[in-house]
Design a protein around this ligand. Structure first.
Ligand code: PRE
Length: 361
């Protein structure tokens, strides 16, 4: 699949003066709940009304969705409010029912994207549809798997495509429910700049008081839209209660978030950015030069270790370096997370260099 301008035609055709907004409850619970939230969102910037009908849950025994009856409620939403509708599909039966109910947008959940078999089944069932299909990232940070899923839909002749960044599972506990790994979204944009990219701050944060900040970060990174779980009584929601916001809060967020331009054509801006980028180029070249020099020293250590039959990995020395560099980094305004990531990459490269030397016959 190649990047083409046509990938964003469906979004451009909407001529929105703001990012695309998909909002609504995590799960459709009752007809009253679905209709009440829809009416609250009716005259706002929300473009698509979302509601989960079939809910893939981590463990059995939790509320697994109301099932097909909820599709009738979404039909009613469209009739009464004019909002377009969206729901998740996870197999062919879901697709058939959703198409029958004329749902406008279908998304593929993170747990489905991980399985090429399921993705292919859904893509085949959707072949040639003119509905919008959005593919959430797989639960694990695997860009090839994510793009592979997009490709399967593209090959099934689906032209209105997009992706949803909902964050990634981790074993370690973090402040996020699913860590954003923004780098993945940046890489995706670099490879497919015209593929509409939607952020899901609800699933990334898992907490409603963090939703705004993550949404703003996404907008700062040129995301095309946001999917925000919205419930009139979030605390009593039947699923994902902690991460849903009220319609009033969503309206406030839509007023408060800052939309940045992709670029600025003004001469003054161009002059300044060109000068600053020239400085970045100089520093980047110095960085590469310095890293090359460091690896040359590492090569010498490798030769010495080979002669003396000493192991490549030296954890005491390595931990001492890391500790020092975290302190040094702090004084220069560099986060511990960044210093750790950078030095782990340097260490790995250094080890690779020495391994080559030691195994050379
Ligand atoms: O100090 C060493 O023994 C090295 O090989 C250098 C180095 C490094 O790149 O800093 C590389 C590997 C070791 O695990 C520790 C440190």
């Amino acid at each position: 699949m190649e990047n083409t301008k046509e990938l964003r035609t469906w979004l451009d055709d909407m001529s929105l003066p703001h990012p695309l907004v998909i909002a609504g409850p995590c799960s459709a619970e009752t007809e009253e709940q679905v209709m009440r939230i829809a009416h609250d969102l009716k005259d706002t910037d929300v473009n698509f009304y979302r509601a989960g009908i079939w809910k893939p849950r981590t463990r059995p025994g939790n509320f697994e969705g109301v099932g097909a009856i909820g599709l009738n409620w979404l039909k009613r939403v469209k009739e009464e409010t004019g909002l377009k509708t969206a729901t998740e599909v996870a197999n062919k039966a879901h697709v058939d029912l959703a198409l029958e109910a004329d749902i406008d947008m279908l998304w593929i959940g993170a747990r489905s994207t991980v399985s090429p078999f399921i993705v292919q089944e859904i893509a085949d069932a959707l072949e040639g549809t003119d509905k919008v299909v959005l593919i959430k990232n797989p639960v694990n940070p695997d860009l090839a798997l994510w793009l592979g899923a997009v490709e399967r839909f593209y090959q099934a002749g689906i032209k209105k495509l997009g992706v949803i960044h909902r964050g990634f599972s981790t074993y370690e506990k973090t402040k996020y429910r699913n860590i954003p790994e923004w780098q993945m979204a940046i890489e995706l944009q670099t490879r497919f700049p015209d593929l509409p990219l939607i952020n899901d701050p609800s699933h990334i944060t898992g907490k409603r008081d963090m939703v705004f900040d993550v949404a703003q970060t996404a907008l700062d990174l040129n995301f095309d839209g946001l999917m925000v779980e919205t419930h009139w009584d979030p605390d009593n929601a039947w699923s994902d209660a902690a991460q849903q916001v009220t319609p009033e809060r969503l309206v406030q967020m839509m007023e408060d978030w800052k939309i940045r331009k992709v670029t600025d054509e003004e001469a003054e801006y161009n002059k300044e950015i060109t000068q600053l980028r020239a400085q970045i180029d100089v520093v980047d070249n110095q960085l590469i030069d310095i890293l090359g020099k460091r690896m040359k020293v590492s090569d010498q250590i490798g030769t010495l270790k080979k002669k003396r039959n000493v192991a490549v990995l030296q954890t005491n020395r390595w931990n001492a370096i890391l500790g020092n560099m975290i302190l040094e980094g702090e004084q220069r305004g560099l986060s511990e997370e960044f210093v750790l990531r950078m030095f782990k990459a340097i260490h790995q490269e250094s080890i690779n260099h020495q391994k080559k030397i030691i195994h050379k016959v």
